[in-house]
Write a protein that binds this ligand. Structure first.
Ligand code: EPZ
Length: 457
């Protein structure tokens, strides 16, 4: 059960108790992709007709995004994993900071609101515990499309230039293939006057999923998934029904967990070519991978140390860097993990070392000497993916572990412990006797001030 609570300390009072050293077996059902569902929710603002989204994962991030849309006047009806979104009557108003704080995807609404209504005000998403998360690519691209943008007391205010009734198409070259900026600009360009070309565009599957839905709505987008995307603006977009693609990061997390415990499992549904870089590295490190249609099976063997370097799609995804590092801590030999996307995405290193790993970190490069085993302990996940990494490490250890930081985990993994339990793991979510207040929610790498200020990735 995902408890959705505004009172974050409630989630902090929960933890997972994990009895390690069990092998996983069986099949796990992969949920819809968080990073697709979030941007598809933003895209629903582009039309006054109904959007029906199927296969939406039940996650706190999705709940938060839903609250943001409702605050704008969107009518949202949830039925199990289906969302019915009606953006007919929207009141353009500034979104309250507490609603958008910690949800990076909230900023992706700016392109849709600006191009449909001619104005938008979105608080700066701010940094988080994996990096500073700038938005310069979003702003520069929107300005190229004819937006006037000011940042006034941490709120980004965008409107059309004088006497213009629409954005107008432009040639935009991104300095870095930003996923969010590519998505923001595609949405803004859909209703602009004329043709927009985005060069050095991000190619992630979630962007391709967004373009598929937008084209169903009547948009004219060509070559999504390539480095150069072309969008011909149209007058209006209509409603549609769309099924969210499977979550490649969730699937990769379970496959890595199986490799780390020398288990054999099957993950489904997945789109195998969304995971190519990860499957290649799992095979290189000794696992056997079998692909059958929309299922991927893995047979974990002795783990060999391999190097990885994160990169934009189709490279090795930054979102699986932490889980893969947990695998490398018990691999035979030495490995090197280079994080090239975010400047502070190594929050898991210190705790993995406390569990008995041998990792040295310098300039975002982790050098890992594989050890025989890790010891269970009390762990505090500090961001979404480092929490998953700690759970994988706990699965491999002989003893019991208690993992806190579920407010991060529940952002991106639907029913994570239930899925692990169905695969044979002794794991359960427990309510901590004494509510962990901010003051004693400590972690060796962070003092209490940092913990209080932690915001979502
Ligand atoms: C998306 O974040 C994902 N989030 C992230 O997933 C994912 O890690 C990231 O893409 C990279 O794949 C969602 O889709 C909601 P970026 P986003 O803009 O769009 C720099 C998870 O765990 N940059 O591609 O914010 C930036 O500093 C989350 O599910 C600029 O310099 O990522 C970073 O170094 C975490 N200027 C790099 O680009 C900008 O204007 C990649 O960021 C924007 C980004």
């Amino acid at each position: 059960m995902v408890c959705v609570s505004n009172n974050k300390s409630y989630l902090k009072s929960q933890h997972l108790k994990i009895i390690g050293q069990k092998t996983l077996r069986g099949k796990v059902k992969i949920s819809g992709a968080k990073n697709s569902a979030l941007v598809l929710l933003a895209a629903s603002l582009l039309t006054d007709e109904k959007i029906i989204l199927d296969n939406v994962p039940l996650l706190t991030d999705i709940e938060k995004m839903g609250n943001i849309l409702k605050n704008l006047g969107v009518k949202l009806h949830t039925k199990d994993h289906q969302l019915i979104i009606d953006s007919k009557n929207i009141s353009i108003q500034e979104l309250p900071y507490e609603l958008v704080n910690g949800l990076r995807a909230s900023f992706f609404c700016i392109g849709a609101l600006l191009t449909r209504f001619g104005e938008a005000s979105i608080p700066l998403p701010g940094g988080c515990n994996i990096g500073e998360r700038p938005i310069n690519e979003h702003i520069n691209g929107l300005r190229a499309l004819g937006a006037e943008i000011i940042i006034d007391r941490d709120v980004v205010k965008a409107k059309l230039v004088e006497k213009k009734s629409k954005l107008f198409g432009a040639n935009i070259k991104l300095n870095c293939p930003s996923v969010g900026a590519t998505e923001t600009l595609i949405m803004a360009a859909c209703l602009a006057e004329g043709r927009t070309v985005i060069e050095n565009a991000a190619r992630e599957p979630e962007i391709q999923d967004l373009c598929q839905m937008l084209n169903k709505m009547g948009a004219k987008i060509y070559d999504s998934g390539k480095e150069k995307i072309i969008i011909d603006g149209v007058q209006k977009l209509h409603g549609c029904t769309h099924k969210v693609i499977p979550d490649r990061i969730e699937a990769g997390t379970f496959l890595i967990a199986a490799a780390a415990t020398s288990s054999s499992i099957t993950v489904s549904p997945v789109i195998p070519n969304h995971l190519e870089a990860v499957l290649n590295k799992l095979e290189e490190s000794g696992s056997k991978i079998i692909i059958k249609g929309n299922s991927v099976s893995i047979k974990g063997h002795k783990i060999k140390a391999v190097d990885i370097e994160t990169a934009p799609f189709p490279g090795f995804p930054t979102d699986l860097q932490a889980p893969f590092m947990a695998l490398m801590t018990i691999a035979k030999g030495s490995s090197k993990i280079t994080e090239t996307i975010f400047e502070n995405r190594m929050n898991h290193v210190d705790l993995l070392n406390q569990m008995g790993s041998s990792i040295t970190l310098k300039d975002n490069i982790a050098h890992i000497n594989g050890v025989k085993k890790l010891r269970g302990m009390t762990l505090v996940g500090l961001d979404l993916r480092s929490s998953a990494a700690l759970i994988i490490a706990a699965l491999t250890s002989k003893s019991v572990s208690y993992v806190y930081g579920l407010e991060h985990l529940d952002r991106g993994y639907e029913n994570f412990e239930q899925k692990l339990s169905k695969l044979g793991i002794e794991i359960k979510r427990q309510i901590t006797k004494s509510i962990i207040s901010e003051s004693n929610y400590h972690n060796s790498t962070l003092n209490n001030k940092d913990v209080t200020e932690i915001r979502a990735a």
